[in-house]
Design a protein around this ligand. Structure first.
Ligand code: ASP
Length: 327
């Protein structure tokens, strides 16, 4: 098993994963192939391999998280690493400790890797420049969410058998979505045709330079698509101020069994979670066979195992001393 993983031959992309912007199709494919080998570990009686034994990973999340934080924790534990979760609300951050002092303290405690989520875009890159340990972006502001995009790629490849040539519609609050920004880069790089579907107010300025087609009407935007990725309306980032009302948004952009008729046969519905039920998605039980939402969660563990292994399992610093994978 371990030999199979070690033999995947994925090109190294470390020492940090701050953005997907520097990841070539070869590196993306290598990460997905490595994740494929790790899937098996989750089905063993003893769900563990010793590839990161003796390493310590710290999760430092300045924003709430259910999936990403627990997924990194489970992934690291399956690789036999030790994992510590530092919660800013129960740490010296509440006494006014700065971000830099906090991460330097964590590194001094012996962390080999740090997963950081922060409301400010660029916070993971800021700390990566000042630390020696591996830094992984667990989501920064509206900027990037690299492991979400990787697990979305993995889910699409696994469920549809390919990525190249697929039509993928990303629907909803593109303006505030780090998930959309990362996914647009990875999907386009892997040869998918990306459409954005949203009211004009939720489309970021400067969109013309992105490799996407923009639609404002849901029925037109998703027609013939193989994958529809619904995004959460980010009310905590004031998305409510960009639409007349949540109920009108749900009526015009909500995904339900009726609108799915416009998709290609066998099309998939993705959502990074958490879902606002009745807003972005309603009546999922009516199209459960097409929903990949729990597959995304399940596959996320293997994808994060692959990322941790490729970054922290050795070899990446030698290959990329200039911190590849960073913007
Ligand atoms: N969980 C994803 C993120 O952290 C998506 C969301 O919160 O809407 O960006």
């Amino acid at each position: 098993m371990i030999n199979k993983i070690l033999a995947t031959g994925a090109p190294p992309f470390g020492p940090h994963l701050l953005s997907v912007s520097g990841l070539s199709p070869e590196v993306l494919t290598g990460i997905l192939d490595t994740a494929e080998s790790f899937l098996e570990v989750g089905h063993q009686t003893v769900k563990k391999v010793p590839v990161l034994r003796g390493k310590t990973l710290v999760n430092l999340f300045y924003e709430s998280s259910t999936r990403t934080r627990s997924s990194f924790e489970i992934a690291a534990k399956r690789l036999s690493a030790d994992v510590i979760n530092v919660s800013p609300t129960q740490s010296s951050v509440t006494k006014g400790e700065s971000l830099l002092d906090t991460v330097r303290t964590i590194e001094a405690l012996g962390a080999d890797g740090l997963v950081i989520r922060h409301p400010s875009s660029g916070a993971p890159a800021f700390v990566a420049d000042r630390l020696r340990c591996h830094v992984i972006n667990g989501g920064d502001g509206c900027h990037q969410h690299p492991t979400q995009a990787l697990l979305d790629l993995f889910t699409i490849r696994k469920r549809m058998g390919r990525i190249e040539g697929l039509k993928v519609a990303i629907v909803g609050d593109i303006l505030h979505s780090r998930v959309a920004r990362s996914n647009i880069m990875t999907l386009a790089r892997m040869g998918a045709h990306v459409r954005l579907v949203a009211p004009p107010t939720l489309i970021p300025p400067g969109i013309r330079t992105w490799p996407v087609e923009v639609y404002h009407r849901l029925d037109e935007g998703i027609r013939g698509c193989d994958v529809v990725m619904a995004l959460r309306l980010q009310l905590e980032r004031a998305a409510g101020g960009y639409i007349p009302s949540v109920s009108e948004y749900a009526r015009l952009y909500g995904i339900n069994a009726d609108v799915l008729d416009r998709l290609a046969p066998g099309a998939l519905v993705l959502h990074p979670g958490p879902v606002n039920r009745g807003v972005e998605i309603s009546g999922e039980e009516g199209f459960a066979d097409r929903s990949a939402i729990l597959s995304q969660v399940e596959f996320g563990v293997s994808v994060r195992m692959a990322v941790l292994y490729l970054l922290m399992g050795g070899g990446s610093e030698e290959a990329f001393p200039d911190k590849g994978g960073k913007e």
